[in-house]
Design a binder for this molecule. Structure first.
Ligand SMILES: [Zn+2]
Length: 81
């Protein structure tokens, strides 16, 4: 009897976690108002392969550096605001 209850609990947990993951993946990120985009000049470099990237416009709500080679890029120079 206890085995059945444990199996049901595991099943419900797997179902709930899978459902939450699918809802998270299916939800698009919030739309950004184009008027809120800030002009910046951020130079990034990938520490793995050396690729360099210049960001000229950024969202005020997104401050994470871009990723390359599955790693966050290193900020090498920051201009603008
Ligand atoms: Zn890279």
């Amino acid at each position: 009897m206890v085995d059945i209850l444990i199996a049901i609990a595991i099943g419900v947990t797997i179902f709930w976690v899978t459902r939450r993951i699918l809802i998270m993946l299916a939800t698009p990120p919030p739309e950004v108002d184009p008027d809120e985009i800030i002009e910046v000049e951020h130079h990034y470099r990938c520490s793995t392969c050396g690729t360099e990237l210049i960001v000229t416009a950024a969202s005020p709500t997104e401050n994470d550096p871009p990723k390359h080679c599955r790693e966050e890029m290193t900020l090498t120079w920051r201009g603008g605001s």
